[in-house]
Ligand binder design. Structure first.
Ligand SMILES: NC(=O)c1ccc[n+]([C@@H]2O[C@H](COP(=O)([O-])OP(=O)(O)OC[C@H]3O[C@@H](n4cnc5c(N)ncnc54)[C@H](OP(=O)(O)O)[C@@H]3O)[C@@H](O)[C@H]2O)c1
Length: 268
């Protein structure tokens, strides 16, 4: 099997989870998915497609660039002919609900990124599991946990939005849950961590679990200065009504992530 986006946070976790199954980790250097695949690339029986344009604000400035990767790139992956797992996002929803989004809820993306990911779902073709996750974090790459730890190094207080709610999901848990998704028929599935939190709740938990006394100042999205370019859903908790695996609680994921970061630091 192939893992695309293997240099990204989820791609790395997938390559690790499926290493004993012979997963071939394909980074952007090996295949830029906006181009046809290199001739030597064998798709095998399955493609775990984690390559994506994930710069949510950058997509507002360059929606075509985002679509080239998230839609065009996904079509190139589907054209390999093997079944695909396509990782999608809670940002396909508008966030107006106040109870968890289920697979039967209609998408209504509010950002260029969300639209490109939704069109990418269709581009994955008929032999595809569409796995919608939310608020991913892991020990590597760009994510909220690593940003908070970096900010805490030289600040006593950080301002964090308190009016967006979701389920922060650990990439290791999503990679493990992918095995169970593969037992289900092709289709759309929601697979996010148990529990939910605002970004401010999550930041407080990060500082608490990491033993830091950095304070969190709770602010609203409207107070952010400068404002973010892309609108985010105010509420985007995902749950499954189709038997997708239940992932561990986000706080367990956070503890595992911090332990992995500590272990990597000790091995440096
Ligand atoms: N992050 C989240 O909060 C979140 C939430 C829900 C769903 N998802 C979805 O989950 C998946 C994995 O996200 P992630 O957080 O692991 O993202 P990530 O860390 O940004 O990884 C994405 C990877 O895709 C690569 N990539 C970008 N453009 C490419 C191209 N044209 N060809 C080949 N590779 C390319 C990136 O390489 P470079 O680093 O070189 O650009 C990066 O290694 C994505 O489909 C994302 O939409 C993410």
């Amino acid at each position: 099997m192939l893992v695309t986006g293997a240099g990204g946070q989820l791609g790395r976790a997938l390559a690790e989870e499926f290493a004993d199954d012979g997963a071939v980790a394909v980074t952007r250097a090996l295949w830029d998915v906006t181009l046809p695949p290199p001739p030597q690339l064998e798709p095998g029986d399955l493609v775990l497609h984690a390559a994506a344009w994930t710069d949510v604000d950058g997509a507002e400035d360059d929606p075509q660039g985002a679509a080239a990767v998230n839609v065009g790139g996904t079509a190139n992956v589907a054209a390999l002919g093997a079944p695909v797992v396509y990782y999608s996002t809670d940002y396909v929803f508008d966030g107006r609900k106040r109870e968890p989004y289920l697979e039967s809820d209609g998408p209504n993306p509010q950002s260029a990124y969300g639209r490109s990911k939704l069109h990418g779902e269709a581009a994955a073709g008929d032999q595809a599991w569409i796995v919608r996750a939310s608020w991913l974090f892991g020990p590597t790459g760009h994510n909220f946990v690593r940003t908070m730890l970096r900010l805490a190094a030289d600040r006593d207080e950080v301002s964090v939005v308190d009016d967006q709610r979701g389920s922060p999901t650990y990439v290791g848990h999503l990679a493990a849950a992918t095995r169970q998704v593969l037992e289900l028929p092709y289709g759309v599935y929601h697979a996010a961590a148990g529990g939910d939190a605002s970004w401010a709740d999550f930041a407080e938990a990060i500082f608490e679990e990491a033993g830091l006394d950095t304070r969190v100042r709770r602010v609203s999205t409207a107070e952010l200065d400068p404002p973010r370019k892309a609108p985010r859903p105010a509420y985007s908790v995902l749950r499954s009504e189709k038997g997708a695996p239940e992932l561990p609680h986000w706080r367990d994921g956070l503890r595992e992530c911090l332990a992995a970061i500590r272990a990597a630091g000790e091995n440096e």
